[in-house]
Design a protein around this ligand. Structure first.
Ligand code: SF4
Length: 492
């Protein structure tokens, strides 16, 4: 018979609701709560709170709410707080009961400002430590890459930095008009940038964000520089900079950060050609690591012979061109720290490759060689071509895959808040959540595999004892049979 749902009468009181029982034993948040200890934050932020005044929300709960924001990819803090009373699993995770009053969304922004990025860095490091303990990090081969993040500001409303600073100073003077306060205000507080460029155009909403161009698209924002371990793709370092900082400047810092976070030495660094500059090769060479980084090739016209078509002869200190002619050393250019090698114009003019090789209207073909070029040659030869191809293809899966996962599942590509510190907090939390998801998946698989192995070993034991029993019955039967045949004894 078909049932009919009765009209629901609103109840004044509900009895027998137990969140602990309502949440299934395999719920992901139950596994998160079991794996991560959020209570460390109470000790870390103890200095940020006074002993008198209003009682704050427990920092442990604030960190859990921040975690939920990224783990569940909720679009805003207001939305998180709107959904919190409706989600039993979130209430259980944040240690609230069904009839508890949930806090206002503003506690999260206040806590972020009060705590700073260090607390979130500690959280990231704690999750990373658990990944290391679980054997998910090898630490010897790392993939380095960066990705742009769009600022929470419009790039169409930029102003010259000078104008913005003048407005800020005027505002400050209006807010604090007393002479003593103006005198005490140091000018360094206003010019907090390392290299102030007063003609640069910045956003008044997020003055720390910078413009960067990639694939003919201009982005106002920040950049996340990551080191991803080769073994399971665990993120071992994340550094946030303004978007206009070149990738090659961060290689050294990323490697040092990885080593201090994991305690293991980098043996091979894998990165794309944006990192392929001589300073990086020299750094890796001097510390005894291998480089799997393609170097930035010099731009040349398609119909001209590239630099790579010329062979350097170290014994005679000259280049040999595709026609077999020598290009002797002519001069050293101090500004570019490069030696120049040139073929005589008369020689080139008689060559059949002249139109395909020479661009100058005055000289023969000139090749310049940086004084540290041996590091490029070292980088080209320190790994076999097969290994290099394999590592570069793994880099696409591990480093680029890590950013793709962050963009698809954790809204990585756009800043939720404003300022570099807030962008750093966002990147640290996303990296921690990504690592934690991998850790839980691995531990769950390991537990499932252990359970499976236990069942198999029990089955094996049962089979062996059954076999022994059957063998003893078989022997008994044979003995009885032989007695019956020989002495005509009854079988039973
Ligand atoms: S043009 Fe000059 S440098 Fe070029 S291949 Fe001929 S001889 Fe060599």
């Amino acid at each position: 018979m078909m049932a009919h749902q009765k009209h629901r009468e609103p109840k004044l009181f509900y009895h027998g609701i137990n969140l602990e029982e309502r949440l299934g034993p395999d719920h992901p948040l139950r596994r998160v709560a079991k794996a991560v200890d959020f209570s460390f934050v109470r000790h870390e932020v103890a200095d940020c709170y006074g002993v008198n005044g209003n009682i704050s929300v427990d920092p442990n709960i604030v960190l859990k709410l921040m975690f939920l924001l990224f783990y569940e990819n909720v679009k805003s803090e207001r939305e998180l707080m709107r959904q919190l009373p409706l989600r039993l699993d979130w209430l259980w995770f944040c240690e609230y009961d069904i009839d508890d009053v949930t806090p206002n969304h503003s506690i999260l922004s206040k806590a972020r400002r009060r705590w700073g990025a260090e607390v979130f860095d500690s959280f990231f490091l704690r999750v990373l430590e658990q990944c290391i303990d679980a054997g998910l990090v090898d630490g010897n081969i790392i993939h380095i890459d960066s990705s742009l993040i769009q600022a929470n500001a419009s790039k169409d409303k930029l102003q010259p930095e000078l104008q913005l600073l003048t407005q800020q100073v005027c505002q400050k003077l209006e807010d604090e008009p007393t002479q003593s306060t103006v005198e005490e205000t140091p000018l360094d507080d206003v010019f907090d940038d390392d290299e102030p460029d007063l003609n640069r155009r910045v956003s008044p909403t997020d003055p720390e964000a910078r413009l960067a161009k990639k694939y003919s698209q201009t982005t106002l924002g920040y950049k996340d520089h990551r080191a991803v371990d080769d073994k399971y793709g665990i993120i071992t370092s994340t550094i946030t900079t303004a978007a206009n900082i070149n990738d090659d400047k961060l290689l050294t810092e990323t490697i040092e950060n990885h080593e201090s976070n994991t305690g293991s030495e980098v043996k091979t660094a894998v990165a794309d050609k944006a990192y392929g500059v001589i300073e990086n090769y020299k750094y890796l060479h001097d510390r005894g690591s291998k480089a799997c980084i393609p170097h930035q090739k010099r731009a040349h016209k398609k119909d001209k012979f590239p630099h790579e078509a010329f062979r350097y002869d170290p014994h005679k200190d000259c280049y040999v061109c595709p026609a077999g002619r020598k290009l002797p050393h002519v001069r050293y250019v101090g500004s570019s720290r490069a030696h120049e090698y040139r073929c005589a114009r008369e020689t080139c003019q008689t060559c059949r490759f002249f139109s395909d090789c020479v661009m100058s209207k005055k000289y023969g073909r000139t090749i310049s060689r940086h004084e540290d070029s041996e590091y490029i040659e070292w980088a080209d030869s320190c790994l076999s071509s097969e290994n290099r191809r394999r590592l570069l293809s793994r880099r696409r899966a591990k480093a680029e895959g890590s950013f793709a996962d962050a963009s698809n599942n954790h809204s990585f590509k756009r800043c939720r808040w404003r300022g570099r510190t807030m962008a750093a907090i966002q990147n640290l939390m996303i990296a921690a959540v990504q690592n934690l998801r991998k850790l839980l998946r691995y531990c769950y698989r390991k537990t499932a595999a252990n359970n499976c192995m236990t069942t198999i070993s029990r089955c094996k034991q049962l089979y062996l004892s059954l076999r022994r029993l059957l063998q003893s019955y078989h022997r008994l039967f044979l003995a009885k049979m032989s007695k019956y045949l020989l002495f005509k004894e009854p079988m039973l």
